[in-house]
Design a protein around this ligand. Structure first.
Ligand code: SF4
Ligand code: SF4
Length: 341
């Protein structure tokens, strides 16, 4: 793998140069203490960039898998695919390791038996530039082994004093770097030591942890536990945890029919297994009528059944659901409780 150093003073120029090959998106502050990825519309927007952000409100899935989208249009004459928008290369700068793992998880899901071309059409035109981060009180990516990435990024920036140690992940990343090669320097032993120091400090900064090794087994044993009823009573089925989760991918499909009944659009929209109608089938039978059942389903899916299919849990420990749940339901506290702590 190739490593170079970018002095921190050169970062704005590097990012501005990226605009020669695509539209650049950066983390910026929204409101009092929230962050979002947003497109840089003009060079001055670089001053809005927040390099020490904790997590964005929505994860990267909003780019590849839109909250609502038209799958095709239809009329009495047949089906028509909507006109494709012109292909634009997007570069997202400042993605944390857990969110890159979130994208890799979605790649697995959408490339399964029925490959989702809507997703991959966008995915192929988006480059990811990672950025190291320090955990806050909601992060537990270290427990989920997603605090570090060695794939899934084009470039990865790790903070060292007054500079970044830059790792090249793909040839596309190498092209980005070559665009501003004069801004980079060769790394020294001092930089390597600084990088190791940063990693140690970061490891020590995690305040939360979850031991997932026996969690699937315990969840099976506690399938009938009263804890699910207690959590079901607290949960309001608002769906926030699922909307903000980088790896939740369920959607519902519906038809928008024109008033004259001559044409329509088939659309899909993010859905959530905590919504009452999510498991409703023909005849209005609902497989998960009670909120406790829906709650149990989501947690078992995240930590247990997904791992059964894909070999790892689908939670990446980003902490969004903990920070945003209006009922203050905390996946770590409750999982620890199930495990008997
Ligand atoms: S965010 Fe909290 S209250 Fe809302 S659906 Fe999720 S667990 Fe329930
Ligand atoms: S379940 Fe919660 S902590 Fe885990 S990836 Fe989803 S939002 Fe993040």
């Amino acid at each position: 793998m190739k490593f170079l150093k970018l002095p921190a003073n050169n970062l704005p120029e590097f990012i501005l140069n990226l605009r020669k090959i695509g539209e650049v998106h950066i983390p910026i502050k929204k409101g009092e203490k929230s962050f979002v990825f947003r497109k840089m519309n003009k060079p001055q927007d670089i001053s809005l960039m927040q390099l020490d952000y904790s997590r964005t409100i929505l994860p990267l899935k909003k780019y590849f898998y839109h909250p609502t989208e038209t799958m095709f249009e239809f009329s009495r004459d047949g089906f028509v695919q909507p006109e494709k928008p012109p292909e634009v290369h997007d570069i997202i700068f400042g993605v944390h390791a857990c969110d890159i793992h979130g994208v890799l998880t979605l790649d697995l899901v959408f490339s399964g038996k029925y490959r989702d071309e809507y997703y991959f059409q966008r995915r192929k035109n988006i480059s990811l530039i990672g950025l190291s981060c320090m955990p806050d009180e909601f992060c537990f990516c270290n427990s989920m082994a997603t605090d570090y990435v060695d794939t899934g990024f084009d470039l990865f920036f790790s903070e060292i004093p007054e500079a970044y140690l830059v790792r090249v992940g793909t040839s596309k990343g190498d092209d980005m770097l070559n665009l501003s090669r004069e801004l980079f320097e060769e790394i020294t032993h001092k930089d390597i030591n600084a990088h190791k120091d940063y990693s140690i400090t970061r490891k020590k900064a995690f305040k939360r942890s979850l031991d997932i090794r026996n969690l699937p087994e315990i969840m099976d044993l506690e399938y009938e536990s009263n804890l699910w009823d207690e959590l079901g009573k607290r949960c309001t089925s608002c769906g926030t945890c699922s909307m903000v989760c980088p790896t939740c991918y369920c959607y519902r499909i519906f038809d928008d029919i024109s008033l004259d009944m001559e044409s329509g659009r088939r659309r899909r929209q993010w859905d959530c297994c905590l919504f009452r109608d999510h498991a409703m089938v023909a005849g209005r039978h609902n497989f998960r009528q009670s909120r406790a059942d829906r709650f149990k389903h989501r947690w078992l899916h995240k930590q247990q059944s997904f791992a059964g299919v894909f070999g790892r849990p689908s939670c990446v420990g980003c902490g969004r659901c903990i920070e945003d749940c209006p009922a203050k339901i905390d996946i770590i506290t409750e999982s620890n409780k199930i495990q008997g702590e």
